[in-house]
Design a protein around this ligand. Structure first.
Ligand SMILES: NC(=O)c1ccc[n+]([C@@H]2O[C@H](COP(=O)([O-])OP(=O)(O)OC[C@H]3O[C@@H](n4cnc5c(N)ncnc54)[C@H](OP(=O)(O)O)[C@@H]3O)[C@@H](O)[C@H]2O)c1
Length: 195
């Protein structure tokens, strides 16, 4: 919820529900109030639960940017998605299928370079690729917030084209334990500021 606007802010208003990505390079974003650049936020429609909104930005934007921005995905191309059962991976497979791509689940990043056909792209979100395609591009990137892309993602969550996987929902008091769980958990961990 927007409580105050910085001088010259456009596109948002006080009282509006918003969602987005906080600045990577700032500490203290797990807080009741946080200063975020307006361009990194998008309106959260009233019928979308705050928990759903909180679960979408990182995995949704990473998948979106990996497929469309860095991967330059064209309809009819094939997408080999590693970690397809994870938070980013499930967004990748849903968006790629909607876009008309053929999605293959698989394993092992190293072997992937040899599978890239001429002119194809290897996109990685876990650091520089261990091997590069002989006749294609290799891209590694860090996700950035984007209001237009957030809008496209939340619209898909609303109309059922994109399902988000919410794991544990914890209070701020339990945040440290929830984010450092020793046992493996599926789905995004969401911290609620109010019970
Ligand atoms: N560059 C960026 O901007 C950016 C943004 C977001 C996330 N990331 C990174 O992307 C990765 C995935 O994030 P996430 O939120 O999707 O994590 P996640 O929900 O924990 O999912 C990880 C997935 O990777 C699979 N996996 C684990 N080890 C693997 C291996 N050696 N080979 C192939 N698959 C393997 C897991 O398989 P199981 O289901 O079998 O356990 C799971 O499906 C993390 O490393 C994260 O730091 C980067």
């Amino acid at each position: 919820m927007v409580t105050a606007l910085g001088y010259g802010t456009t596109g948002l208003s006080v009282g509006q529900r918003v969602f987005g990505l906080a600045d990577w390079y700032r500490d203290g974003t797990l807080a009741q109030y946080v200063a975020i650049e307006a361009r990194n936020l998008a309106p959260l429609p009233g019928d979308v639960d705050l928990t759903v909104g909180a679960s979408l930005p990182i995995s949704g934007l990473t998948a979106w940017q990996g497929l469309f921005q860095h991967g330059r995905l064209q309809s009819g191309q094939s997408v080999l998605a590693h970690g397809a059962a994870g938070a980013v991976g499930t967004m990748v497979t849903q968006l790629a299928r909607e876009f008309g791509a053929y999605v293959i689940g698989g394993d092992i990043q190293k072997r992937s370079a040899g599978l890239i056909r001429a002119g194809g792209t290897l996109v990685t979100v876990v650091g520089p690729p261990e091997a590069r395609p002989a006749d294609g591009r290799a891209v590694d990137f860090v996700v950035e917030s984007d209001r237009g892309q957030l809008g496209g993602i939340v619209q898909r969550a609303r109309d059922g084209r994109l399902r988000t996987n919410i794991g544990r929902v914890a209070t701020l008091d339990d945040a440290v334990a929830a984010l450092n769980a020793t046992e493996r958990r599926k789905g995004k961990t969401v911290i609620r500021m109010r019970p």
